[in-house]
Design a protein around this ligand. Structure first.
Ligand code: PXP
Length: 244
Protein backbone atom coordinates (compact mmCIF):
# COMPACT_ATOMS: atom_id res chain seq x y z
CA UNK A 1 0.00 0.00 0.00
CA UNK A 2 1.55 3.35 -0.98
CA UNK A 3 1.50 6.29 1.45
CA UNK A 4 -1.19 8.16 -0.47
CA UNK A 5 -3.50 5.12 -0.37
CA UNK A 6 -3.37 4.83 3.38
CA UNK A 7 -6.70 5.10 5.18
CA UNK A 8 -6.36 6.54 8.67
CA UNK A 9 -8.52 5.33 11.55
CA UNK A 10 -9.78 7.94 14.00
CA UNK A 11 -11.20 6.36 17.15
CA UNK A 12 -14.05 8.26 18.76
CA UNK A 13 -13.91 7.85 22.55
CA UNK A 14 -17.13 9.70 23.45
CA UNK A 15 -18.88 6.62 24.75
CA UNK A 16 -16.15 5.81 27.25
CA UNK A 17 -17.22 9.13 28.79
CA UNK A 18 -20.88 8.11 28.49
CA UNK A 19 -20.19 5.08 30.70
CA UNK A 20 -18.15 7.15 33.16
CA UNK A 21 -20.87 9.78 33.41
CA UNK A 22 -23.52 7.14 34.15
CA UNK A 23 -22.07 6.91 37.67
CA UNK A 24 -20.68 10.40 38.05
CA UNK A 25 -17.14 9.32 39.02
CA UNK A 26 -13.84 9.10 37.15
CA UNK A 27 -14.02 5.57 35.79
CA UNK A 28 -13.56 4.65 32.95
CA UNK A 29 -11.31 7.54 31.96
CA UNK A 30 -11.56 8.60 28.30
CA UNK A 31 -7.87 9.51 28.17
CA UNK A 32 -6.88 5.98 29.20
CA UNK A 33 -8.97 4.60 26.34
CA UNK A 34 -7.43 7.15 23.98
CA UNK A 35 -3.89 6.11 24.94
CA UNK A 36 -4.80 2.43 24.53
CA UNK A 37 -6.37 3.19 21.15
CA UNK A 38 -3.14 4.84 20.04
CA UNK A 39 -1.19 1.75 21.16
CA UNK A 40 -3.59 -0.48 19.21
CA UNK A 41 -3.00 1.46 15.99
CA UNK A 42 -5.44 4.38 15.95
CA UNK A 43 -4.06 7.21 13.83
CA UNK A 44 -6.06 9.84 15.67
CA UNK A 45 -8.59 10.35 18.45
CA UNK A 46 -11.95 11.98 17.91
CA UNK A 47 -14.07 13.52 20.65
CA UNK A 48 -17.31 15.50 20.47
CA UNK A 49 -17.74 18.23 23.06
CA UNK A 50 -21.50 18.68 22.95
CA UNK A 51 -23.32 21.73 24.21
CA UNK A 52 -24.95 19.62 26.96
CA UNK A 53 -21.62 17.86 27.84
CA UNK A 54 -23.42 14.53 27.84
CA UNK A 55 -20.18 12.64 27.23
CA UNK A 56 -16.86 14.46 26.78
CA UNK A 57 -16.40 17.45 29.12
CA UNK A 58 -14.14 20.48 29.04
CA UNK A 59 -11.64 18.93 31.46
CA UNK A 60 -11.38 15.83 29.23
CA UNK A 61 -10.31 18.05 26.40
CA UNK A 62 -7.56 19.61 28.53
CA UNK A 63 -6.30 16.16 29.55
CA UNK A 64 -6.46 14.78 26.00
CA UNK A 65 -4.55 17.77 24.60
CA UNK A 66 -1.96 17.33 27.33
CA UNK A 67 -1.40 13.59 27.06
CA UNK A 68 -2.08 12.52 23.48
CA UNK A 69 0.78 12.01 21.08
CA UNK A 70 -1.51 11.36 18.10
CA UNK A 71 -3.75 14.04 16.55
CA UNK A 72 -7.00 15.06 18.23
CA UNK A 73 -10.02 15.77 16.06
CA UNK A 74 -12.51 17.87 18.03
CA UNK A 75 -16.09 17.57 16.84
CA UNK A 76 -18.04 20.71 17.59
CA UNK A 77 -21.13 22.68 16.71
CA UNK A 78 -20.76 26.04 14.95
CA UNK A 79 -21.36 28.13 18.07
CA UNK A 80 -19.36 31.01 19.57
CA UNK A 81 -18.74 28.98 22.73
CA UNK A 82 -17.21 26.09 20.78
CA UNK A 83 -15.16 28.43 18.61
CA UNK A 84 -13.61 29.98 21.75
CA UNK A 85 -12.84 26.53 23.14
CA UNK A 86 -11.25 25.34 19.90
CA UNK A 87 -9.15 28.48 19.58
CA UNK A 88 -7.99 28.07 23.19
CA UNK A 89 -7.04 24.39 22.92
CA UNK A 90 -5.92 24.35 19.28
CA UNK A 91 -6.57 20.67 18.47
CA UNK A 92 -5.05 19.29 15.29
CA UNK A 93 -8.46 19.27 13.60
CA UNK A 94 -11.98 20.54 14.19
CA UNK A 95 -14.93 18.84 12.58
CA UNK A 96 -18.01 21.07 12.41
CA UNK A 97 -21.15 19.06 13.05
CA UNK A 98 -24.82 19.99 13.35
CA UNK A 99 -26.16 19.61 16.88
CA UNK A 100 -29.73 19.33 18.07
CA UNK A 101 -30.22 19.14 21.78
CA UNK A 102 -32.85 16.40 21.54
CA UNK A 103 -31.01 14.06 19.18
CA UNK A 104 -29.54 10.79 20.38
CA UNK A 105 -26.52 11.19 18.11
CA UNK A 106 -25.56 13.37 15.14
CA UNK A 107 -28.49 12.53 12.94
CA UNK A 108 -27.59 14.17 9.66
CA UNK A 109 -24.92 16.23 7.96
CA UNK A 110 -24.30 19.93 8.36
CA UNK A 111 -26.16 22.15 5.90
CA UNK A 112 -22.97 23.82 4.66
CA UNK A 113 -24.87 25.35 1.74
CA UNK A 114 -27.64 26.89 3.89
CA UNK A 115 -25.23 28.07 6.62
CA UNK A 116 -22.72 29.59 4.21
CA UNK A 117 -22.67 33.09 5.76
CA UNK A 118 -22.24 31.91 9.33
CA UNK A 119 -19.63 29.31 8.41
CA UNK A 120 -17.42 31.60 6.32
CA UNK A 121 -16.08 33.48 9.35
CA UNK A 122 -16.10 30.36 11.52
CA UNK A 123 -13.99 28.32 9.10
CA UNK A 124 -11.72 31.32 8.52
CA UNK A 125 -10.97 31.78 12.23
CA UNK A 126 -10.17 28.11 12.74
CA UNK A 127 -7.97 28.02 9.67
CA UNK A 128 -6.10 31.14 10.82
CA UNK A 129 -5.33 29.28 14.05
CA UNK A 130 -3.85 26.41 11.99
CA UNK A 131 -6.65 24.04 12.95
CA UNK A 132 -7.56 21.65 10.15
CA UNK A 133 -11.24 22.27 9.49
CA UNK A 134 -13.54 19.52 8.41
CA UNK A 135 -17.26 19.82 7.63
CA UNK A 136 -19.47 16.85 8.47
CA UNK A 137 -21.83 16.79 5.47
CA UNK A 138 -24.15 14.48 3.61
CA UNK A 139 -22.64 12.81 0.51
CA UNK A 140 -24.41 15.35 -1.67
CA UNK A 141 -22.75 17.33 -4.50
CA UNK A 142 -24.48 20.53 -3.32
CA UNK A 143 -22.84 20.22 0.09
CA UNK A 144 -19.44 19.43 -1.46
CA UNK A 145 -19.75 22.57 -3.62
CA UNK A 146 -20.53 24.57 -0.47
CA UNK A 147 -17.42 23.15 1.23
CA UNK A 148 -15.35 24.18 -1.79
CA UNK A 149 -16.68 27.75 -1.57
CA UNK A 150 -16.02 27.85 2.16
CA UNK A 151 -12.40 26.82 1.66
CA UNK A 152 -12.66 23.77 3.94
CA UNK A 153 -9.60 21.52 3.48
CA UNK A 154 -11.52 18.41 4.63
CA UNK A 155 -15.06 17.06 4.48
CA UNK A 156 -16.33 14.09 6.44
CA UNK A 157 -19.26 12.32 4.85
CA UNK A 158 -22.08 11.20 7.13
CA UNK A 159 -22.49 7.54 6.20
CA UNK A 160 -25.23 6.82 8.74
CA UNK A 161 -27.85 6.33 6.01
CA UNK A 162 -25.60 3.78 4.27
CA UNK A 163 -25.17 1.96 7.59
CA UNK A 164 -28.92 1.69 8.09
CA UNK A 165 -29.88 0.57 4.59
CA UNK A 166 -29.49 -2.77 2.87
CA UNK A 167 -29.78 -4.32 -0.58
CA UNK A 168 -30.15 -2.05 -3.61
CA UNK A 169 -30.72 1.01 -1.46
CA UNK A 170 -27.41 0.48 0.27
CA UNK A 171 -25.67 0.08 -3.09
CA UNK A 172 -27.21 3.37 -4.26
CA UNK A 173 -26.10 5.16 -1.14
CA UNK A 174 -22.60 3.69 -1.47
CA UNK A 175 -22.44 5.09 -5.02
CA UNK A 176 -23.50 8.51 -3.75
CA UNK A 177 -20.69 8.41 -1.17
CA UNK A 178 -18.12 7.29 -3.77
CA UNK A 179 -19.22 10.05 -6.19
CA UNK A 180 -19.10 12.70 -3.48
CA UNK A 181 -15.62 11.52 -2.40
CA UNK A 182 -14.42 11.72 -6.01
CA UNK A 183 -15.87 15.23 -6.41
CA UNK A 184 -14.24 16.42 -3.19
CA UNK A 185 -10.84 14.95 -4.09
CA UNK A 186 -10.98 16.40 -7.62
CA UNK A 187 -11.41 19.82 -6.02
CA UNK A 188 -8.51 19.42 -3.61
CA UNK A 189 -10.61 18.57 -0.54
CA UNK A 190 -9.60 15.55 1.54
CA UNK A 191 -12.63 13.29 2.06
CA UNK A 192 -13.25 11.37 5.29
CA UNK A 193 -16.26 9.32 6.37
CA UNK A 194 -17.94 8.30 9.59
CA UNK A 195 -21.02 7.32 11.55
CA UNK A 196 -22.47 3.89 12.12
CA UNK A 197 -19.49 1.91 10.79
CA UNK A 198 -19.05 -1.66 12.03
CA UNK A 199 -17.06 -4.79 11.13
CA UNK A 200 -19.98 -5.79 8.88
CA UNK A 201 -20.29 -2.63 6.83
CA UNK A 202 -16.85 -0.98 6.83
CA UNK A 203 -15.25 -2.79 3.89
CA UNK A 204 -17.15 -1.19 0.95
CA UNK A 205 -16.60 2.26 2.49
CA UNK A 206 -12.90 1.59 3.14
CA UNK A 207 -12.56 0.50 -0.50
CA UNK A 208 -13.49 3.98 -1.81
CA UNK A 209 -10.04 5.03 -2.97
CA UNK A 210 -10.31 8.80 -2.38
CA UNK A 211 -11.21 8.43 1.32
CA UNK A 212 -8.31 9.18 3.64
CA UNK A 213 -9.83 8.72 7.11
CA UNK A 214 -12.67 6.91 8.85
CA UNK A 215 -13.92 8.03 12.27
CA UNK A 216 -15.48 5.23 14.25
CA UNK A 217 -16.72 5.22 17.82
CA UNK A 218 -19.85 3.57 19.12
CA UNK A 219 -19.28 0.14 17.59
CA UNK A 220 -15.60 -0.05 18.62
CA UNK A 221 -16.32 0.90 22.22
CA UNK A 222 -19.29 -1.50 22.36
CA UNK A 223 -17.26 -4.35 20.87
CA UNK A 224 -14.49 -3.67 23.38
CA UNK A 225 -16.83 -5.01 26.09
CA UNK A 226 -16.56 -8.45 24.49
CA UNK A 227 -13.05 -8.56 23.04
CA UNK A 228 -11.15 -5.63 24.58
CA UNK A 229 -10.39 -2.27 22.98
CA UNK A 230 -7.08 -3.45 21.56
CA UNK A 231 -8.70 -6.35 19.68
CA UNK A 232 -11.65 -4.35 18.45
CA UNK A 233 -9.41 -1.62 17.01
CA UNK A 234 -6.94 -4.09 15.50
CA UNK A 235 -9.73 -6.04 13.78
CA UNK A 236 -11.18 -2.82 12.33
CA UNK A 237 -7.70 -1.78 11.19
CA UNK A 238 -7.22 -5.14 9.42
CA UNK A 239 -10.58 -4.89 7.65
CA UNK A 240 -9.71 -1.37 6.46
CA UNK A 241 -6.29 -2.48 5.22
CA UNK A 242 -7.71 -5.50 3.40
CA UNK A 243 -10.24 -3.27 1.63
CA UNK A 244 -7.56 -1.00 0.07
N1 PXP B 1 -17.89 11.28 12.80
C1 PXP B 1 -18.70 12.24 13.29
C2 PXP B 1 -18.59 13.62 12.71
C3 PXP B 1 -19.63 11.96 14.32
O1 PXP B 1 -20.43 12.94 14.79
C4 PXP B 1 -19.65 10.66 14.86
C5 PXP B 1 -20.59 10.35 15.98
O2 PXP B 1 -20.35 11.17 17.06
C6 PXP B 1 -18.76 9.71 14.35
C7 PXP B 1 -17.92 10.03 13.31
C8 PXP B 1 -18.69 8.32 14.91
O3 PXP B 1 -19.90 7.66 14.72
P1 PXP B 1 -20.13 6.26 15.44
O4 PXP B 1 -20.04 6.51 16.90
O5 PXP B 1 -21.48 5.87 14.96
O6 PXP B 1 -19.04 5.34 14.95
Amino acid sequence: MSGTDFLRLGVNIDHVATIRNARGGDHPEPVRAALMAAEAGADGITAHLREDRRHIRDEDLTILMDQLTIPLNLEMAATDEMLDIALRHKPHAACIVPENREERTTEGGLDAAGLHNRLTDFVGQLRNANIRVSLFIEPDPRQVEAAIHLGAPVVEFHVGRYAELDGVEREDELRRIADAAALAAKNGIEPHAGHGLTFDNVVPIAAIPQLRELNIGHFLIGEAIFTGLDNSIKRMRNLMDEAR
